[in-house]
Ligand binder design. Structure first.
Ligand SMILES: Cc1cc2nc3c(=O)[nH]c(=O)nc-3n(C[C@H](O)[C@H](O)[C@H](O)COP(=O)(O)OP(=O)(O)OC[C@H]3O[C@@H](n4cnc5c(N)ncnc54)[C@H](O)[C@@H]3O)c2cc1C
Length: 301
């Protein structure tokens, strides 16, 4: 269960409160604030707070005294220009704070994004819940034969069932032992900071994660990408849906110039120029390695 009824009641109470403010507010993200978006079997993403909106990017770029916005098309044009030309600091003027509940093995990938502020649930101070990520059958796949960092076809039949049984049994056995070691009736009880070490990497943790829009776009570009592991990609997708509503102009530019755009090497650009001039270029005559050639052809179709 992603959240308990008590937690939902706390969220509802917080969502019922509003505060008048002189600060810029973004209606798109206001609608999402505090709401727990379910991800995986027990995970959540919640937008807790934010600073700025599309206009704040424009305001910072123009170093304005007031709101600094002009017409929507003018502001959109500026935002798209900034994104196209990697003028990234105006995007850093917007910030977002998220509450995320995620399996520890996903957190290990996520924490590599160093340009964020993080505060994690303390398993030295509190006891972790009996919540483990168990993949849905359609995500239980074999090792990919083409990609060492990926998965291939879905496991089937007896093998799939055996794997699911092992994951469930191992998780529960580890948690039973965790509880047993913590127990203080008739024994001293092991410290929480030590007892946690036998829990598997699919146990859920939680953190508050705050970052600015520039670095969030970097995170989304890497983690909402098809090459990212499914289990982190679904979190990136849930965050992207919030960001799209928060800063629609900036998100549109991000989709066009980052997610949907592509980077070509000098050699690949030269190949494209030769092709446009009517030359029949092959991998052998391109000067590109086989892998680079395949990647470049993947970009230009
Ligand atoms: C598909 C995929 C596969 C991956 N596989 C592996 C793997 O096998 N092993 C592994 O260890 N990691 C792996 N990673 C993690 C990856 O190498 C990065 O650590 C991670 O994506 C965070 O990126 P980042 O450093 O750009 O982000 P951030 O830490 O948010 O940094 C953003 C940018 O700030 C700058 N920056 C931040 N800190 C420093 C610093 N100390 N010095 C210089 N510049 C800095 C850099 O320009 C950086 O790009 C993988 C990531 C992806 C998306």
């Amino acid at each position: 269960m992603p959240i308990t009824p008590e937690q939902q009641a706390e969220i509802d109470a917080q969502r019922a409160e509003t505060t008048p403010t002189r600060r810029a507010t973004a209606p798109g993200i206001e609608a999402h604030l505090y709401e727990a978006k379910p991800v995986l079997d027990h995970g959540i993403v919640r937008a807790i707070d934010y600073m700025g909106d599309d206009a704040a990017i424009v305001q910072a770029a123009r170093v304005s005294y007031g709101r600094g916005t002009r017409t929507v098309s003018n502001d959109e044009g500026l935002i798209r220009y900034l994104m196209r030309h990697w003028h990234s600091t105006p995007f850093e003027m917007c910030e977002i704070k998220l509450h995320v509940k995620l399996p520890v093995f996903v957190a290990r990938q996520w924490i590599r994004h160093r340009t964020a502020n993080v505060n994690e649930y303390s398993a030295r101070y509190s006891v972790l819940d009996r919540e483990f990520y168990i993949p849905a059958p359609e995500h239980l796949a074999a090792q990919s034969r083409q990609n060492n960092q990926g998965r291939g076809t879905v496991l089937e039949g007896e093998e799939a069932q055996r794997v699911l049984d092992m994951l469930r049994e191992d998780s529960n056995r580890a948690y039973d032992h965790y509880e047993d070691m913590l127990r203080t009736d008739g024994q001293q009880g092991l410290a929480r900071e030590l007892a946690r070490m036998n829990l598997p990497a699919n146990v859920y943790t939680q953190w508050y994660w705050k970052t600015d829009l520039h670095n969030l776009f970097h995170f989304l570009r890497l983690r909402a990408d098809p090459h990212a592991q499914y289990e982190i990609r679904v979190y990136a997708d849930a965050i992207a849906a919030i960001v799209r509503d928060w800063v629609p102009l900036a998100y549109g530019a991000f989709e066009d110039y980052r997610m949907g755009g592509a980077h070509l090497s000098r050699g690949a650009v030269e190949v494209v120029r030769r092709m446009l001039a009517g030359e029949e270029v092959t991998q052998e005559t391109s000067g590109l390695s086989k892998r680079e050639w395949a990647e470049a052809m993947g970009v230009i179709g």
